[in-house]
Design a protein around this ligand. Structure first.
Ligand SMILES: [Zn+2]
Length: 449
């Protein structure tokens, strides 16, 4: 009993040690932020070169002194990792150190394939609570200064979520825990609205695709909803136009956080909602163009991350599977953290056609974006010329009307020889991971990943 109390007390001490100045970090003057970021990069690169088998071997083979990597600019010299190698041989990326031996293992959600095993050392898990202060500030402000905003969290209790909760329960004595009410996204939308009306949360939290479906269904069915003060989406991008729709129609600001099992905190929206402010000293982000070089601001490319906190699984230059663009504009909020645009194609696929063309999910979105009777759509490509379209509509007549409007448009986009079977559902099956893909291809090629 005493030993357990001591463990939790030590946990609190680690959090407290990291808490100092967290709220100020996103506002650091640019030179100070760059100095901090580059120091974190040097520390992690030297740790990797000494203790992580993959990097130890790479530096030896290349004959490069790790001290030559002095900051963000030099990260380009390290190889961009192959996700398949990380998936197949996770141990190659785990440090051979004492802190890595006591690490907690997690797995990625695996929407794009078999899950990847990622270990997080205990100290970085505890520090992660302190880093959360940076992201809490805009939420507290948006909720009228409430110190503990009440959250209604709609999702799945994933294994990561449960493990993190269990870890913090065992290892900390937090005096103030978040006020969080959890509801499964498999519950009917009417029921979730009723729970929200009774609980009056400050923040509604959910996956992007689900948030979109929720508000469209509320509007289409005329369901009574006392609006929360803020909407927070995570885990997947919102479909195009959904944020403008929710903010315009319901008057609720929509914010997001960019997290991944591979890095935990990557970025967060501020009050201005201009994109993700990147935690530059926790996870370095590069956007890499098709030519393999760092893309200019405003140009889209693959998001490549380097986690600078976790001392168990060390991933430098890791393509996380998202597409985004850096912003050259500073944010009016005064934070100096670089801005990453909202992510594109996080869970949707680009469709390869039989004639060699590619169709971007945005083209499919164009077909449905102004159709008020389509609450949600999903297009799955089973073979190059065979598609299944699933539409969520209020009733059968609405489905028939929406189908009649959509099919000629889809044929125009996908080609006249494409066969499209359309079916109606009351809600779309989200798959085992709970993530929703509006456009999915089961054909091998994907231009995004
Ligand atoms: Zn900002």
């Amino acid at each position: 009993m005493i030993a357990r109390y001591w463990t939790r007390l030590c946990g609190n001490a680690v959090i407290a040690a990291h808490l100092r100045g967290q709220r100020a970090v996103p506002f650091l003057p640019q030179p100070a932020l760059e100095t901090l970021r580059d120091r974190c990069i040097r520390d992690m690169v030297s740790y990797a070169a000494r203790t992580v088998p993959y990097y130890r071997e790479w530096f030896a083979r290349q004959g490069i002194d790790p001290r030559e990597i002095t900051g963000a600019e030099d990260l380009d010299r390290l190889p961009v990792l192959d996700k398949e190698v990380v998936r197949a041989r996770p141990r190659l990326f785990v440090a051979e150190t004492f802190s890595a031996r006591g690490a907690v293992s997690f797995s990625t959600s695996g929407t794009t394939g078999t899950p990847i095993e990622i270990h997080h050392d205990r100290r970085s898990l505890l520090a992660n609570i302190a880093f959360g202060e940076r992201e809490r500030a805009p939420v507290i402000r948006g909720c009228g200064g409430t110190f503990r905003p009440k959250e209604l969290y709609v999702g799945y209790e994933t294994s990561t979520f449960k493990k993190v909760q269990a870890f913090y329960k065992e290892n900390t004595l937090l005096p103030v825990r978040p006020q969080r009410l959890f509801v499964s996204l498999l519950e009917p939308i009417e029921k979730i609205a009723a729970i929200a009306n009774a609980a009056r949360p400050d923040v509604l939290v959910g996956y992007g695709g689900w948030i979109d479906l929720f508000f469209k269904t509320i509007a289409a069915r005329g369901i009574d909803l006392r609006p929360p003060k803020m909407v927070m989406y995570m885990g997947e991008a919102l479909p195009h136009g959904a944020r403008e729709y929710i903010e315009g129609r319901f008057g609720i600001p929509v914010l997001s956080r960019y997290n991944a099992v591979e890095a935990f905190k990557i970025g967060f929206f501020c009050e201005q909602r201009t994109g993700f402010h990147l935690h530059e000293d926790l996870c370095h982000v590069r956007v890499v163009g098709a030519d393999g070089r760092t893309a200019a601001p405003g140009k889209q490319g693959k998001v490549v991350i380097s986690n600078l906190v976790n001392r168990a699984t060390v991933l430098l230059n890791y393509p996380i599977g998202d597409v985004g663009a850096m912003s050259a504009e500073p944010c009016p909020c005064g934070r100096t953290f670089t801005l990453l645009s909202e992510l594109e194609g996080r869970v949707e696929d680009i469709l390869p056609l039989a004639d060699g063309r590619f169709v971007h999910p945005r083209a499919i979105w164009q077909v449905f974006k102004s159709d008020p009777e389509v609450l949600q759509y999903q297009l799955t490509q089973h073979e190059l010329q065979r598609f299944v379209l699933t539409l969520v509509t209020v009733d059968e007549p609405a489905f028939r009307r929406a189908r009649a409007r959509a099919l000629p448009e889809l044929e125009r986009v996908l080609g006249a020889r494409a066969t499209i079977d359309a079916t109606r559902r009351s809600e779309i099956d989200r798959g085992t991971s709970g993530k929703f893909r509006a456009v999915a291809s089961l054909c091998a090629t994907s231009a995004v990943h």
